[in-house]
Design a protein around this ligand. Structure first.
Ligand SMILES: NS(=O)(=O)c1c(F)c(F)c(SCCc2ccc(C(=O)O)cc2)c(F)c1NC1CCCCCCC1
Ligand SMILES: [Zn+2]
Length: 255
């Protein structure tokens, strides 16, 4: 069974996780000629993201990605009709041989992708929200090589060596989490999809920002070459291949 990513586009996951074979799967390719402008899509406004350094956050290598647990006090104050509270953020990346974003735009794969995962508290517990349409939201932004270090990412990247092996965990002092996202949160794509990993629940309200996040080549390389997954192999290319739309529409907050 294909559990190491990227999986073939005939995901073998569906043998054990039936939703993975569903018709509202993620990630997708965003065809910018087919997106539909919606003036209802207001800028994303975040609340409570400047965390005090006294707050300690768990950073873990779970064998598939590196996950930073986030306090539920981080919310999406505007941009969705429902209330969403933060759960965790994690990253997807490629290897020195190629890029590793999950979503693509007009067929272009970016160097990496950050996902901030939220749940809708009116759906009950996280476990219950995960199984309800609109129960989850993910804010996604592309990571791209740029000319200089992105200091907002240093609190994460400088700890990677402490979680090199699968299962390793460390703590990160609170920092400005919003700095991990693009400066412009008003330009984004919106569609209904799924988790990109088993159990692939089709309950995710996706936001994919149009502006990218620039990191230096050294920072991207650190991400690509530091972590190990199952049986000490390099943790690289942890992206799922793009899935068919099956008639879904992708909205855009901009023209
Ligand atoms: N892109 S994504 O949001 O679908 C996603 C991935 F692509 C992911 F690859 C992951 S990590 C793989 C799933 C996993 C594996 C182990 C453990 C553990 O040992 O604790 C936990 C989770 C991953 F954690 C997530 N996000 C999680 C999905 C799993 C459970 C739902 C709640 C948090 C979001
Ligand atoms: Zn993800």
């Amino acid at each position: 069974m294909c559990l190491s990513l990227p999986c073939t586009d005939k995901d073998e996951w569906q043998l054990e996780f039936p939703f993975c074979g569903g018709q509202k799967q993620s990630p997708i390719n965003i065809d910018t000629n087919s997106t539909i402008f919606s003036h209802e899509l207001q800028p994303i406004v975040l609340a409570g993201y400047s965390l005090d350094p006294s707050e300690q956050l768990s950073l873990m290598n779970n064998g598939h990605t590196v996950v930073l647990q986030l306090p539920g006090s981080l919310t999406i104050a505007s941009g969705y009709p429902q209330e969403y509270r933060a759960m965790q953020l994690h990253l997807h990346w490629g290897s020195p041989e190629g890029p590793g974003s999950e979503h693509t735009v007009d067929g272009r794969r970016y160097d990496g992708e950050i996902h901030m995962v939220y749940y809708n508290p009116s759906c009950g517990s996280i476990k219950e929200a995960m199984k309800q349409p609109g129960g989850l939201a993910v804010l996604a932004a592309f990571l791209q090589v740029g000319p200089e270090d992105n200091m907002h990412y240093q609190p994460l990247l400088e700890q990677l060596h402490k979680v090199q092996e699968e299962g390793k965990e460390t703590t990160v002092a609170g920092f400005n989490i919003e700095g991990l996202l693009p400066a412009n949160l008003g330009r984004y794509y919106r569609y209904s999809g799924s988790l990109t990993t088993p159990p692939c629940y089709q309950t995710v309200n996706w936001t994919v920002f149009n502006w990218t996040v620039l990191l230096s080549k050294e920072q991207i390389s650190l991400l690509e070459t530091t972590l190990q997954g199952d049986d000490d192999t390099d943790l690289q290319n942890n992206f799922r291949l793009t899935q068919r739309l099956h008639g879904r529409k992708v909205l855009a907050s901009f023209q």
